[in-house]
Ligand binder design. Structure first.
Ligand code: AGP
Length: 602
């Protein structure tokens, strides 16, 4: 979703900003812009619809400036266009702003202060910059005071960077709910939505917290709260290997990230092993889980699908009843909670606004929480009691792959450690079993040509498709369907195999692809029967089965693994089918239309 960068130093600001915006491309956007200004108070604004590459072409290479702000916009208010792209300027062009988030009371603010003037854009953002200019001009406030007064009037979510052409030596920033980091350098400082954007310049970052304002100059970073109290906060070192951010020889990040999964499994086993070679998790997390009478997993999208698998792992290994909820529903339609709930938030980015609104509520109720995330220092990680990291390395493709399997593996490790502590498991097997999973994943990614052919055969012209399965296979069917629809734009449904005949089978036509997942012994025959029912009605059927349950003619047979972990392996061919289908259709695999990687609005 929208990304912000800012730089104030001695180097060419426009190059640093453009590079930073390229590193934020993965978040999803539809337009972008930068504003730079020099010490002679000359400001230059460049905006373009579409990709950063188009913006780069528009930027005048002869402009010299050592401070500026930039933005990638994912449209919320107003269509994607140059007119609505950020940065936005006040009427006098003195103030320039970039904003990430949604201002919920923008109409009320406009009516209260700006009357019926015609704004230059259709965005909620422009109101902020016009309001700041209004406070400076009408109430004679200093820019920092006008900035503070304006943001106090705002309701909603925001990360903001502001520049004043009459004071080119400072960038102001503020945040509420949307993420914003300040980066420290020698003779320069930066602002960014994500450390990845500025890791080339510095690895020292300071988090800006909700309802704080920062004054950023070349030499200093000053943070204060809305009451004016100065806040002293240490920088942390962002552990991002800039090589991890490159595609290398891969055509797309998604393929690289699919291929990385065996290595991620092995790395996780190392990270969660103690000095005696046993899997281990922070004892406080284990104790808190053991004290709870019910676990509530909260997540969105792919992370929600990982949660469905997680529920099965947790319940079978710990015997603690577990519910899984879509975060955007849970916060506003909260079910009756048990007496001692324990919340697990699953989020690759750790920034998903839908999940965060639930965490804010559960924190207010005093319930303990754990975040399972790929991003240390992310908002969900900071605001929950405990964090378990995925250690999957940056996931750049919008379609989540390695984070999904890492989330399930972390939940499997956690479940086994808790199960052992509770005396339910005598001797853990997950260390060995996840090692076997890594080998099985490797065998599939090494044989991907076969899956490319199947994608061409089954999915090249279809307009709709189905994945079906039962139990664990049903959970994977949901994830497989999401993956296919989000990057191929084929309308795909993941279905409980037995439920098809209760209505949805009406959609099966001659040639409709139906892909069955068959990895669970007890229901394998039933799922095959349901697949037959679709075949009898003309479906073009495919089977992904597990070794031992396979039958002649199955298109994909995955190696045998512990059935509790089958999702980790059966999902890999479905990821590859989606990848090749999207590739064959000529889509931008890593940046599917309308989507954002980090969804920071509700
Ligand atoms: C999946 O491919 C998507 N990128 C999306 O469903 C994603 O899983 C969802 O938006 C949740 O994101 P999070 O894991 O960062 O919270």
């Amino acid at each position: 979703m929208c990304g912000i960068v800012g730089y104030i130093g001695r180097k060419d600001a426009k190059d640093i900003l453009l590079h930073g915006l390229e590193k934020l491309e993965y978040r999803g956007y539809d337009s972008a812009g930068i504003y730079v200004q020099n010490k002679a108070h000359e400001g230059y604004l460049f905006k373009e619809k579409g990709r950063i590459a188009a913006l780069r072409e528009k930027v005048d290479a002869s402009v010299e400036a050592t401070a500026g702000i930039g933005h990638t916009r994912w449209a919320t208010h107003g269509a994607p266009s140059v007119r609505n792209a950020h940065p936005h300027q006040s009427f006098s062009e003195r103030f320039t702003i970039v904003h990430n988030g949604v201002i919920e009371n923008y109409q009320e603010v406009k009516d209260a202060y700006l009357g019926d003037i015609d704004l230059k854009s259709d965005t909620d953002t422009e109101i902020i910059v016009q309001l700041i200019a209004w406070f400076v001009e009408e109430e004679d406030l200093a820019p920092i005071d006008a900035f503070k007064k304006a943001i106090v009037a705002l309701e909603g979510s925001y990360a903001i960077a502001l520049m004043d052409s009459e004071n080119p030596d400072v960038i102001f920033a503020a945040k509420n709910k949307s993420p914003l980091l300040l980066g420290k350098g020698d003779g320069f400082n930066v602002i960014c939505s994500d450390a990845m954007a500025m890791i080339k310049e510095t690895d020292q970052f300071v988090e800006l917290m909700d309802k704080e304002v920062a004054t950023v100059t070349r030499e200093s970073l000053v943070i204060e709260n809305y009451s004016g109290d100065i806040i002293d906060r240490n920088a942390y070192t962002a552990e991002i290997d800039s090589d991890d951010l490159e595609k290398g020889t891969y055509p797309y990040y998604m393929l690289k990230e699919i291929d990385e999964q065996p290595a991620v499994m092995r790395k996780l086993l190392l990270k969660y092993q103690d000095e005696n070679g046993k899997l281990t998790v922070d004892q406080e997390i284990v104790d808190t889980m053991l004290e709870s009478d019910r676990i509530y997993i909260i997540a969105a999208g792919t992370s929600y699908h990982a949660g469905l698998v997680g529920k099965q792992l947790i319940e079978s290994m710990t015997h603690i009843p577990t519910e899984v909820h879509v975060s955007s529903e849970f916060g506003y339609h909260t079910p009756l909670l048990s007496e001692k709930p324990f919340f697990i938030f699953i989020s690759q980015s750790g920034e998903t606004a839908d999940s965060r609104q639930v965490l804010v509520k559960t924190n207010a109720l005093g319930h303990p929480s754990l975040t399972v995330t790929n991003v240390s220092g992310s908002t969900l990680s900071r605001e929950s009691n405990f964090t378990l990291l995925l250690n999957a390395g940056p996931e750049i493709a919008v379609a989540s792959t390695k984070a999904y399997t890492a989330q399930i593996a972390v939940l499997a490790i956690l479940s086994e450690v808790v199960g052992i502590s509770k005396g339910l498991i005598k001797k853990g097997t997950m260390l060995h079993d996840i090692g076997i999973v890594a080998n099985a994943m490797q065998a599939i990614v090494d044989d991907k040509e076969k899956i490319e052919e199947l994608a061409a055969d089954y999915l090249s012209i279809s307009r709709n498709a189905f994945y079906i399965g039962r139990g664990m296979d049903y959970h994977v069917a949901l994830e497989a369907a999401l993956k296919l629809k989000e990057i191929s734009y084929i309308q795909t449904e993941g279905f409980a195999a037995g439920e098809l005949k209760h209505g949805t089978i009406a959609l099966i036509e001659e040639g409709t692809p139906v892909i069955a997942l068959v990895t669970e012994k007890g229901v394998a025959g039933h799922t095959r029967g349901n697949l037959q029912e679709t075949q009898a009605r003309g479906a073009h059927t495919m089977v992904i089965s597990m070794d031992g349950l396979n039958r002649p003619g199955d298109q994909i047979v995955i190696p045998h693994v512990n059935p509790l972990l089958s999702a980790l392996v059966s999902v890999i061919p479905t990821q590859l089918l989606s990848y090749y289908c999207s590739l064959h259709r000529g889509n931008d695999v890593d940046k599917p239309r309308n989507l954002a990687k980090s969804v920071t609005v509700e």
